[in-house]
Design a protein around this ligand. Structure first.
Ligand SMILES: [Zn+2]
Length: 293
């Protein structure tokens, strides 16, 4: 079962968030008809997007829009994250769902090759009640996603962060997906840091630990190399698209009279697909004519 838990260790000087997102990523895989390669890409991207709902959103009216443009064959990745109490709500898509690349020499899925590393990770935070937002932009390190977000936290937020994301997928679907994020408070000692580094150097990958049915607490202990105390339980990441026919009515109206008339004359109707959830909306000729009025 999917869940997210937050732990503290080293007398509160270290925090770790662990997330199991296997069901979430299987759901997104089916919505977007993802291949194994794009499932691994989207699994990592959606997991960290969902985690950021807990680390970077405080108010329910705040919204994060996260984009990766790396120039690789998968195209751009986009997610939108909102928060509703204990739930981080995300919707996400990538441009080319059907990209499939050969495995790398080490047998791993070539996430960096699919995403590319010639571009940027861009994070826009906005409160729906406010005009101004915050934008953080960092060049991609590798396109492997975890490294790119760790760079963002270090450079844009001055928060030294250890981040691991992993997806295990085979022809039957998503076998395991999740991630963990370790944050060190400024008063962490060198001894604490080197102990964590030692623990990380021998810890199995996150997808392997999840596939072995390790609990999130066991995973937190393994990657910290010490006892942990539970800080927040029953957090959850859910997929939710808030699109409606109205959303697309507004989009059609914003095209303007001339373009709408052209659509009516050429096609006599409009079928629009939501990028985020693949839901289709049909507009008849009469509906389009009403929009012009
Ligand atoms: Zn939608």
């Amino acid at each position: 079962m999917d869940s997210v838990k937050k732990f503290l260790s080293k007398n509160g000087k270290v925090s770790v968030i662990c997330a199991q997102t296997t069901e979430l990523i299987e759901e997104i895989k089916q919505i977007h008809d993802l291949t194994p390669t794009t499932t691994a890409v989207m699994g990592r991207f959606a997991t960290i997007s969902g985690i950021m709902g807990f680390t970077n959103i405080k108010e329910d009216d705040d919204k994060l829009t996260i984009q990766i443009r790396g120039g690789g064959p998968a195209g751009s990745l986009v997610s939108v994250v909102k928060r509703n109490g204990n739930i981080s709500k995300i919707k996400a898509y990538l441009d080319n769902s059907h990209v499939e690349l050969p495995l790398k020499e080490n047998g791993k899925i070539d996430v960096g090759g699919a995403v590319g590393n010639q571009g940027f990770l861009n994070i826009i935070k906005k409160n729906e009640m406010a005009e101004e937002g915050y934008t953080g932009l960092v060049p991609l390190v590798s396109g492997e996603i975890a490294e790119d977000f760790a760079e963002y936290f270090a450079k844009s937020e001055q928060k030294p962060t250890v981040l691991a994301l992993g997806v295990l997928v085979n022809k039957d679907g998503v076998q395991a997906s999740g991630g963990y994020m370790i944050n060190l408070m400024p008063d962490s000692t060198d001894e604490d840091i080197s102990k964590i580094e030692n623990a990380l150097s021998v810890a199995p990958s996150i997808s392997q630990m999840l596939a072995e049915n390790k609990s999130l607490e066991e995973i937190a202990k393994t990657v910290i190399g010490d006892e942990v105390t539970l800080l927040e339980d029953n957090l959850k990441i859910e997929f939710e698209c808030d699109c409606s026919k109205e959303t697309f009515e507004k989009a059609l109206i914003s095209l303007g009279k001339d373009d709408l008339n052209e659509i009516i004359q050429k096609d006599g109707k409009a079928d629009i697909v939501c990028h985020f959830c693949n839901k289709q909306y049909h507009f008849t000729k009469e509906e389009l004519e009403n929009l012009i009025k």
